[in-house]
Design a protein around this ligand. Structure first.
Ligand code: ATP
Length: 306
């Protein structure tokens, strides 16, 4: 009985909220001890990642039948490429990320990784292949070591430190009296947004996935922290296939391809330069963001009024 009613009540809400935040599947089920709604096919095989090429082939999707969300989305990401998804709020960017994890079943088309339909591989192997740096990294009430090693409990201290160094959080951890044994989370040390994100980066580096899904933070970090984090993310992306769900266009101008979504349909795609010279939706979004950034800079500049 409990098993039937719990997901419909409080746990159901928590479950959906966490899923919404694109949190790593393993984390989610450990937290909630809930079985996945989506089950492996009886003959599911482990995903074999050869290069990490991702294909959304004419994908249709709806959270509920009466309201289609994605329509005929074809997204071809070659192994090692960085593709950015941009578009207005509600256009379907995060949904594409959730579908790559197979959090939901698509209603038409197919999603493949290195030619293997994700419905035909085990979810465990699928989730292992994709690392997520979410907007807001979930911290557990445990040590900073546990939080970095989460998902790879067998990681050695040397591996944890190497990941922390690459994520540029090692020096901060060493400055704490209890170092890696410092308790963090609700009942321990509260980390800043930037520090939390670095823990998330270190956690993902330790997992070493061939595919990365970056859900760019909308919440404001200060400019320097944001630049530092961006550098760490860029370094992490080298040699991996990366999909970035982007809110600020300035961070993705170097992407191999930028895909513009509107109401669940791809309306434009190309490189930053190609899209700018095309003078369409992306160029308009870019102009708006530039003007906003310039206005912000003017307001916070040395001569700005208090
Ligand atoms: P944002 O930039 O605001 O994060 P987005 O482009 O990532 O937006 P999605 O989160 O993918 O947009 O949402 C696409 C559409 O799907 C929206 O209309 C949203 O209301 C709807 N949607 C998202 N999650 C759910 C859900 N769990 N159940 C039903 N509808 C949903």
């Amino acid at each position: 009985m409990i098993q039937i009613t719990m997901p419909l009540g409080f746990l159901g809400t928590v479950y959906r909220e966490i899923r919404q935040a694109l949190v790593d599947m393993g984390e989610m089920f450990d937290l909630l001890h809930q079985p996945a709604e989506i089950t492996d096919a009886p003959d599911a095989k482990p995903l074999k990642v050869t290069g990490g090429a991702i294909l959304f082939d004419k994908v249709d999707f709806a959270y509920s039948p009466e309201r289609p969300i994605l329509r005929n989305v074809t997204l071809d990401v070659a192994a090692g490429q960085k593709v950015a998804l941009v578009g207005p709020s509600g256009s379907g960017k995060s949904t594409i990320g959730r579908l790559l994890f197979r959090f939901y079943e698509i209603t038409g088309g197919a999603i493949t990784i290195d030619g293997q339909d994700i419905r035909k591989v085990t979810q465990e192997s699928l989730h292992e292949a994709i690392g997520v740096v979410p907007q807001d990294t979930v911290l557990f009430n445990d040590t900073i070591r546990y939080n970095i090693a989460y998902g790879r409990a067998e990681a050695s201290q040397a591996e944890i430190e190497a990941a922390a160094k690459a994520a540029k959080i090692h020096d901060f951890v060493m400055s704490l009296p209890e170092g890696y044994d410092t308790q963090v989370g609700e009942r321990g040390l509260k980390l800043s947004g930037g520090e939390k994100q670095r823990v998330g980066i270190a956690r993902t580096l330790l997992k070493n996935p061939p595919i990365l899904l970056l859900d760019e933070a909308t919440s404001a970090l200060d400019t320097q922290t944001e630049r530092d984090i961006q550098e760490s993310l860029d370094a992490m992306g080298k040699g991996r296939t990366v999909i970035v769900i982007a809110h600020r266009l300035s961070t993705i101008a170097d992407a191999d391809r930028i895909v513009v979504l509107e109401k669940g349909v791809i309306v434009e795609e190309g490189s930053h330069d190609a899209l700018l010279s095309r003078g369409g939706r992306y160029a308009a979004m870019w102009a708006v963001q530039k003007a906003e950034e310039e206005a912000e800079e003017a307001a916070s500049g040395p001569d700005a009024a208090e």
